[in-house]
Design a binder for this molecule. Structure first.
Ligand code: NI
Length: 255
């Protein structure tokens, strides 16, 4: 299995990061993709990837931090993404739920970051919360299909999923799929093809059942795989292997 989206550099892991990574390996996780959300965490993500064969880094500026982007940011990102273990640009996107950056700034920066990804020829990891239509419009207008990517923690409906799939994007499913009240996400998973689905934890957030409310970690990605297998009436092994291949294809991880 691969956890396609974790934030291993976050302080929640400061006291036991090594154990967390070891537990992931022990429970059959081959790779962890760790995701930067600002310049500082991007540097930490690279350091983690350098120290662990099984960790790859995705570098970006989270929409919450879009307001902190200045003239130094893009040259730095250009430089940092040259590293061998950097496999995508993200997470980038729009969060109109918390609006920690003003919406118009989020939109401007999202467009610029997609342009940067196209320049660097890197796929993108997209964060979309309460901004489905705007996300779709911007992905289309900025020609994000040229690089492709994944919509992380997908929260849209079937119609949105179809549009994303048509643009060549993958759909990433988090631990919330295991929640009783996740009916619409569960329905969606039944109707989209396995070869376009990624598994993720979004650790340290969004722990699946039976750990809901606790700190999440990459080893729990197996609860996501297990739930998808049950929903789609497939073997666990098939879900694990197909979704791992999807990550390797999207992020060009050598096999
Ligand atoms: Ni995230």
């Amino acid at each position: 299995m691969i956890d396609s989206h974790a934030h291993l550099e976050m302080p929640e892991f400061n006291h036991d990061r090594k154990d967390v990574i070891q537990r992931a390996h022990d429970s059959g996780i081959d790779y962890i993709i760790t995701i930067g959300i600002d310049i500082k965490s991007c540097k930490q993500a690279i350091a983690l990837a350098e120290g662990n064969e099984s960790i790859y880094a995705v570098l970006g500026i989270h929409p919450h931090n879009a307001k902190d982007i200045d003239e130094s940011t893009y040259p730095l990102l250009r430089k940092l993404t040259q590293h061998d273990k950097v496999c995508a640009l993200g997470e980038i996107g729009l969060d109109f739920f918390r609006n920690l950056s003003p919406p118009e700034i989020q939109i401007k920066r999202f467009r610029e970051l997609i342009a940067l990804a196209r320049e660097l020829r890197l796929p993108i990891v997209v964060h979309d919360r309460n901004a489905h239509q705007e996300t779709l419009d911007i992905l289309k207008e900025e020609k994000a299909f040229e690089v492709g990517g994944v919509i992380h923690c997908f929260s849209g409906d079937y119609e949105m999923a179809s549009k994303c799939l048509n643009m060549g994007f993958y759909i990433s499913i988090p631990g919330t799929i295991t929640f009783k009240n996740a009916r619409s996400l569960q329905e969606l998973v039944r109707s989209i093809p396995l070869d376009r689905i990624l598994l993720e934890t979004d650790s340290p957030f969004l722990a699946p059942m039976p750990f809901r409310g606790k700190r999440n970690e990459p080893s729990y990605v197996r609860y996501v795989a297990d739930k998808i297998a049950k929903l789609k009436k497939l073997d666990f092994e098939e879900v694990a292997s197909v979704t791992s291949q999807n990550v390797k294809t999207l992020f060009r991880i050598p096999t």
